[in-house]
Design a protein around this ligand. Structure first.
Ligand code: URA
Ligand code: CA
Length: 441
């Protein structure tokens, strides 16, 4: 087989066979096929696209390029959740405990990553002593005993995807649906998931700016999952403003605790109930989403979700006293309200800009070496549709550096668009994609 022939075949709009896809993925991972030939093939794929069979074959070739985590020693259906990313997304910290409390095993491999705030692991490290360092045996034992464990991504998962994603990033070939869907699904499948619930964000703060693109990406990912016998459901959700109120690390953990107490932001609670309900159905703990939702509401109401968070923190060496006394979480030296100089209704809050403001404060990583400040961030007090008077606090800033604080305040004020006419907030859940079809709300 010659790489040249594969490039020409795809350039001319023909389908690549499984053997051809395996050949280029293996060859690129091993280093026997050079960047320039794979770049050319990626550009051909970008223009000519891949069909469903090719997309599935590409995904599995990337899965098979590295380690595949074997979670078969965990009892029950392992349902994983993936979010395509947004600003202030605290869902894992809430979903993990409530779903585990319902009896669905949560075996979560999480990353740290670059971003506006840290990843789930960084956030959990706000609990003094919390650690993800454990053997895979201990990880599995914890899931069997506590029903939930959060591990670091130590395994060499889908190395082909890492290499291809980096190459796509510098050759303008990231935004092809097959390539994105395959990239995300390969990592989920390699981390041992039996079933997958996808939270596909759309809006100003999301990777998928348009709703149609978000539905198309969901369709693509659900079809891959279905083709390889991983029951997959895609939920399309709004990311036109940050999720909930808090953007930061310790701040988001506190928000998660509030939500587990039943006192969280309405839309964050709604998102967790929706995603969690699908996880329960896929995990065979409820017959339908309606029944699952009632189970989850009960878990929040009875305090079982909060108790599960305590158990998770204890199992991984953290101090659970923080759950009952959030004043123990790290606090910054500066806590200051941001005062509105305008009156009217909030029409938009540019989620990306709020995220960037959090990054400026030190809540996230700009490079792999950046050190995260767990205490800093932003808590919004006004969301889309709310009325604001001059002098109202639209947000509170948590900072450890007065220069950075000044810059962040400007960014937050600029992120708000306030208008005279009444604004009705759009619904959070925009639709659902399953193997049987698509529902738009
Ligand atoms: N996230 C991924 O993991 N892969 C992509 O291709 C795009 C977003
Ligand atoms: Ca939040």
């Amino acid at each position: 087989m010659r790489m040249y022939d594969l490039i020409m075949k795809k350039r001319n709009g023909n389908e690549l066979s499984k053997e051809e896809i395996d050949f280029f993925v293996d060859g690129y991972t091993q280093g026997s096929i050079p960047d320039y030939q794979v770049s050319a093939l990626l550009m051909a794929i970008y223009f000519q696209k891949m069909n469903k069979t090719e997309t599935t074959n590409l995904t599995m070739a990337m899965v098979n390029s590295g380690e595949i985590i074997d979670l078969s020693a965990i009892e029950g259906v392992k349902v994983d959740k993936h979010s395509t990313g947004g600003v202030g997304d605290t869902t894992t910290l809430i979903l993990g405990p409530i779903v585990a409390a319902a009896g669905v095993p949560v075996a979560k491999m999480s990353g740290r990553g670059l971003g506006h705030t840290g990843g789930t692991i960084d956030k959990l490290e706000s609990f003094d002593g919390f650690s993800v360092a454990m053997s895979i045996e201990k990880f599995i034992q914890n899931v069997n005993e506590v029903k939930i464990a959060i591990g670091g991504q130590t395994a060499d998962l889908a190395p082909a995807d890492k290499k291809l994603y980096a190459l796509r990033d510098v050759t303008a070939t990231v935004d092809n649906m097959s390539l994105i869907a395959g990239s995300i699904m390969s990592k989920k499948i390699a981390s041992g998931a039996d079933a997958i619930v996808l939270d596909i964000k759309t809006g100003s703060g999301a990777f998928m700016k348009s709703e149609d693109d978000a539905f198309e990406l969901a369709r693509e990912m659900v079809d891959i999952g279905t083709n390889v016998s991983r029951n997959t459901i895609g939920v399309i959700t709004d990311m036109d403003q940050p999720l909930g109120f808090a953007v930061g690390n310790a701040l988001e953990v506190k928000e998660a605790i509030d939500t587990l107490k039943g006192e969280g932001p309405e839309e964050l609670t709604e998102l967790c109930l929706t995603l969690g309900a699908h996880m329960l159905v896929l995990g065979k703990k409820a017959k339908d989403a309606q029944e699952a939702r009632e189970i989850l509401k009960d878990i929040i109401k009875s305090g079982k979700g909060l108790q599960k968070l305590r158990e998770l923190v204890v199992a991984q060496g953290g101090n659970p006293a923080y759950v009952d006394d959030p004043s123990l979480f790290p606090l910054p030296t500066i806590v200051e309200p941001i005062i509105s100089t305008q009156e009217g209704y909030v029409k938009a809050i540019k989620a990306d800009d709020i995220g960037k403001a959090a990054l400026v404060l030190g809540a996230g990583r700009e490079t792999k070496e950046s050190i995260i400040d767990l205490a800093v961030g932003i808590v919004l007090h006004k969301k889309i549709g709310d009325f604001v008077k001059i002098g109202d606090a639209i947000a509170t800033i948590y900072a450890n550096d007065s220069e950075k604080q000044k810059v962040a305040i400007k960014m937050v004020l600029n992120a708000y668009e306030i208008v005279a006419g009444k604004i009705i907030a759009k619904p959070l859940i925009k639709g659902i994609v399953t193997k049987d079809g698509m529902t738009k709300f």
